[in-house]
Unconditional design. Structure first.
Length: 88
């Protein structure tokens, strides 16, 4: 973004347009770490967004940006990092 032309101004969404629920994310993480934690369900806050699917059109068109890596690969790298960090 810092190297982009001056006519490109923000904010520009750099999220991942692949929609998934927080529950799906939590279940995926638990499966990947072979966790024994139990999910706890609470009422959603009144202003909680019902859809979490950002529009990254501007980032794609103006910055030639797309999210890399895919979610599970990113989670694998993150889990690996923290496992190594915790071993120190």
């Amino acid at each position: 973004m810092m190297a982009s032309p001056t006519e490109i101004t923000g904010p520009i969404n750099l999220g991942n347009p692949t929609e998934f629920t927080i529950r799906d994310l939590a279940e995926t993480i638990l499966q990947m770490v072979k966790g024994r934690s139990k999910l706890v369900f609470k009422p959603l806050p009144q202003d909680d967004p019902r859809q979490r699917q950002p529009d990254i059109t501007i980032a794609t068109e103006k910055l030639s940006w797309k999210p890399i890596p895919e979610l599970e690969e990113g989670l694998r790298k993150t889990i690996s990092f923290f496992r190594g960090f915790l071993e120190l």
